[in-house]
Design a protein around this ligand. Structure first.
Ligand code: AMP
Length: 218
């Protein structure tokens, strides 16, 4: 059975980095709701304006809109062999939507908790920078690029700092995670679908553990 891999963990735990590695190395499409909303919010429409305000406040986009974009994206042909969901589900209602989608698509869900203590998360988020061309993720504290502010692979591109990675919004995003998303860890654990990996190590060590989970036969 093909797998829907759900990296879980607080904002800044490294879910996006791991989802990118799974895409590069196993060819599993990385479906990032955060990236999809970031692309959407730059349009000049009332919906975009609404999404922009929600994201800047560190809140979650409503479940019905989120479910629609995930369903639309994951029913494309490249997802038939499984996919990685980066940043979804984040609420109980979204977890229910995913159960229905998985059943319809004939996929099984595997959740992987990338476990990182709260105090490390804030530093990771304030230091995070990414390349606007290839999406590579750097960190000024932990993984600086070779030349300050420039992507190693695309030196013509200035690295960008997400506008919601500021201390105030980060605090709100961590609160949203604790209130709405953390309960999903217990949800997947109680149904025997949760694996835990120690997210304080370097990305390659974390990836090795995740790849084992993803490649194992169930
Ligand atoms: P991320 O890049 O995953 O940290 O997401 C950035 C922002 O996009 C979040 O703070 C939310 O405002 C919004 N977002 C991303 N994924 C979801 C989701 N599954 N449900 C609701 N809002 C989301």
């Amino acid at each position: 059975m093909a797998k829907i891999v759900v990296p879980m963990g607080a904002p800044g735990a490294g879910k996006g980095t791991q989802a990118r590695l799974l895409q590069e190395r196993l060819g599993l499409p990385q479906i990032s709701t955060g990236d999809m909303f970031r692309a959407l919010k730059d349009a000049q429409t009332p919906l975009a304006e609404e999404v922009r305000a929600i994201m800047q406040a560190g809140k979650l986009v409503p479940d019905d809109l989120t479910a629609r974009i995930v369903e639309e994206r994951t029913t494309r042909p490249d997802c038939r062999g499984g996919y990685v969901l980066d940043g979804f589900p984040r609420t109980t209602a979204q977890a229910e939507t995913l159960e229905e989608l998985a059943a319809r698509q004939g996929h099984e869900i595997v959740a992987v908790l990338v476990d990182v203590p709260h105090d490390t998360l804030e530093k990771r988020m304030t230091g995070r920078r990414s390349c606007p061309v290839c999406g590579e993720i750097y960190n000024v504290h932990f993984r600086p690029p070779k030349t300050e502010g420039r992507c190693d692979l695309h030196p013509e591109a200035r690295l960008v700092h997400r506008s919601d990675d500021n201390p105030e919004t980060i605090g709100k995003r961590l609160d949203e995670y604790d209130a709405k998303t953390r309960p999903l860890v217990a949800y997947y654990e109680s149904s025997g679908r949760l694996r835990r990996v120690d997210g304080t190590r370097d990305p390659e060590a974390i990836y090795a553990d995740i790849e084992k989970v993803v490649s194992s036969e169930s």
